[in-house]
Design a binder for this molecule. Structure first.
Ligand code: ATP
Length: 334
């Protein structure tokens, strides 16, 4: 039996995370979940959006499945998500963007993986007012953080038999900060002669990504461009409801859907559980449970392709529970 931390989260989080745990259970993998809180749910219980108790649990289990959590924009507490990443040194955010047959989208055959640096750049929260009418935000880029995200992207490319790594930057404008990111990635690329390596300016990447997403394989980006690209790329394969992700470091991995708390549909039982279930698939692969992971992935694909039991965002009328049940029923042996 495995042990993992479970953070249901806020908004639609609890609805989609319970879908993921029930599918994992139905696939026959025994995980003992240690349920903890982050965000609004933690504020309500501990008056702290990121309790030590939650951090301790993830440090012990080294694996967590997490729903989206709320951070109120521009007020009081710092984003619990950013604090969590920094506390556990989850230095990489990985998002596989893959066409799921049957999902409504303008593109076919997209299959790329985004490696976003997760600890620095403009996300360090170093900002201040200069007088009343100006504000300054500081962008930090270090060689160490840039090289380790690049190493992770290239190592992944080798392990998964991918062909190319693309590094996106704006070193033409931010010559020092993005320049350092670029030269760091380039030096790592030199150690992987069998993987094709290309460099693109971030704005050009965004344009080409909406024209020819099939041109890309593995991408590595600093934090801010990575955030924007991940969200945009979700739109290439069916939207936020279908894209999983993981925040990962040396000590821990926190699997978490790309989407937010979706308060507009929370509590209605209509959220698409696919992203959360595919986070479960990533978590199982991480544990080495490849067979169960493939069975669940194939079952999700079958249900989406069939189109009868899909949620509204995918053009159907099914509830979260209906779609989850269809995925469980479609598992081999069910
Ligand atoms: P947050 O502030 O937590 O990021 P948000 O509502 O601004 O939340 P998302 O939660 O990512 O951002 O949602 C953006 C849109 O996508 C919303 O209209 C939401 O209903 C829709 N959406 C997001 N996730 C899902 C899902 N799993 N199923 C269906 N629709 C979703």
């Amino acid at each position: 039996m495995y042990k993992a931390t479970l953070i249901p989260g806020d908004g639609i989080g609890p609805e989609v995370i319970s879908a993921a745990t029930s599918v994992i259970e139905a696939a026959g993998v025994d995980i003992k979940w240690d349920e903890k809180q982050v965000g609004q749910a933690a504020m309500a219980k501990y008056n702290n959006p990121l309790p030590e108790d939650t951090i301790n649990s993830i440090e012990i289990n080294r694996i967590a499945l997490k729903g989206p959590t709320t951070t109120e924009i521009g007020k009081g507490f710092r984003s619990a998500n950013i604090s969590l990443r920094q506390r556990l040194n989850l230095y990489a955010n990985i998002r596989p963007i893959k066409t799921i047959e049957g999902a409504k989208t303008k593109y076919r055959d997209v299959d790329l993986v985004i490696f976003r640096e997760n600890t620095e750049d403009l996300y360090m929260g170093i900002e201040h007012m200069i007088g009343k009418d100006a504000a300054e935000s500081i962008k930090i880029i270090t060689r160490e953080a840039s090289e380790r995200i690049a190493s992770m992207a290239f190592s992944y490319a080798v392990k998964e038999k991918r062909k190319k790594v693309t590094c996106a930057h704006k070193a033409n404008i931010m010559k020092l900060s993005d320049g350092l990111f670029l030269s760091s990635v380039r030096s790592v690329a030199g150690k992987f002669p069998d993987i094709e390596y290309e460099e693109v300016i971030a704005d050009g990447l965004f344009m080409n990504m909406v024209m020819n997403p099939q041109d890309y394989d593995v991408l590595v980006l600093p934090n801010l461009y990575g955030d924007l690209l991940s969200e945009m790329s979700a739109g290439l394969v069916g939207g936020l409801g279908v894209v999983p992700g993981v925040n990962i470091g040396v000590e821990a991995a926190v699997f978490e859907p790309t989407h937010g708390t979706a308060l507009d549909i929370a509590g209605q039982g209509i959220a698409n559980p696919t992203a959360a279930i595919l986070c479960g698939v990533m978590l199982l692969r991480h544990l080495g449970e490849k067979d169960a992971a493939e069975r669940i992935y194939n079952s999700v694909s079958r249900v989406i392709k069939n189109g009868k039991h899909v949620t509204r965002d995918l053009g159907g009328t099914a509830s979260t529970l209906d779609m989850t049940k269809a995925i469980i029923d479609s598992l081999p042996g069910s």
